[in-house]
Ligand binder design. Sequence first.
Ligand code: NAP
Length: 247
Amino acid sequence: MDYTIADNALKDKVILVTGAGDGIGKQAAISYAEQGATVILLGRTVKKLEATYDAIEAAGFAQPAIVPLDMKGATKQNYIDMVETIEGQFGRLDGVLHSASQLGVISPFEQIDEETYDELMQVNVKAQFLMTQAVLPLLRKSDDASLIFTSSTVGHSGRAFWGTYAMSKFATEGMMQVLADELSDTSVRVNAVNPGATRTGMRAKAYPAEDAMTLKTPLDIMPLYLYLMAPESKSVNGQCIDAQPKR
Ligand SMILES: NC(=O)c1ccc[n+]([C@@H]2O[C@H](COP(=O)([O-])OP(=O)(O)OC[C@H]3O[C@@H](n4cnc5c(N)ncnc54)[C@H](OP(=O)(O)O)[C@@H]3O)[C@@H](O)[C@H]2O)c1
C-alpha cells in the first residue's frame, strides 16, 4: 500500500498489539509507538516482549506496557482482568491489532492430530474471540477505534496441507465480518490484514527452503498497518486488505 502516515498521527492513542514480541506484531508495535501511540505489548515470551519494550524506550517513544499472556491457556477472566488494568492505567483503548498466531504443522488433512487442531483453534480463534469480547466495551468509548485481525491468503482460499491454520484464518475472517457488520453504526471499525509473504520466523517455518532475503520485511508492510489505525481509515469497515496485493 502506498500510504504515508502524518507525523505523530497516533498521538494520545492507546493500542494493544498481540504477538508483540516477534515478527509483524513487534514491528507494528514499534511503528505505532513511533507515531505517538502508547502501546501495550501482549505475548507469551517475556524476554521477547522486553526486547520490543527496550527498542521503543531507546527510541524515546511513549513508555509502553507489557502483558505476558499465553493465549493457549488464557481464560475469559484473564482478558477481563487485562482490560480492567488497561482502563485503570491508561483510561482508554483506541486500537487492537491481533497479530499473534500459531502455524501448527503443515501436513495432510488426514494426519492432523486432535491436539494440534485444538491448540490452533484455541490460540488463533477462541482466544481472539474472548479477547475481543473483553476489549469491546472500552473500544466503544473511543471516538475513533480500530480493531484489526490478521488473516492469510489461505484464509480466503483453501490450500492443500495448510489444514488447521487455513481453517483458523477462515474463522478469523468470519469473525471480522460478523463483528464489522454488527458495529457498522459505531465508532469501532473492524478489518483484517493479509500480510502476504513476509520475512518472519513463522514464514521460515512454513517455507524452510526459501531464500528469506527475497521477501518483504515487516517494516515494508507497515503502511497498511498504520493506515488502518490512522484517522484516514475511519470509514473502512469489514475489509480484508492485502498488504502486498501484487504478490
Ligand atoms: N509472515 C508471513 O508471511 C505471514 C503471512 C500471512 C499471515 N501471517 C500472519 O501474520 C501474523 C504475524 O505472523 P508473524 O509472521 O509475525 O509470526 P511470528 O514471527 O511467528 O510471530 C507470531 C507472534 O505470536 C506470538 N504467539 C504465538 N502463540 C502465542 C500464544 N499462545 N500466546 C501469545 N502469543 C503467541 C508469538 O510469540 P512467541 O514469540 O513467544 O512465540 C510471536 O510473537 C500471524 O497472524 C500470521 O498468521 C504471516
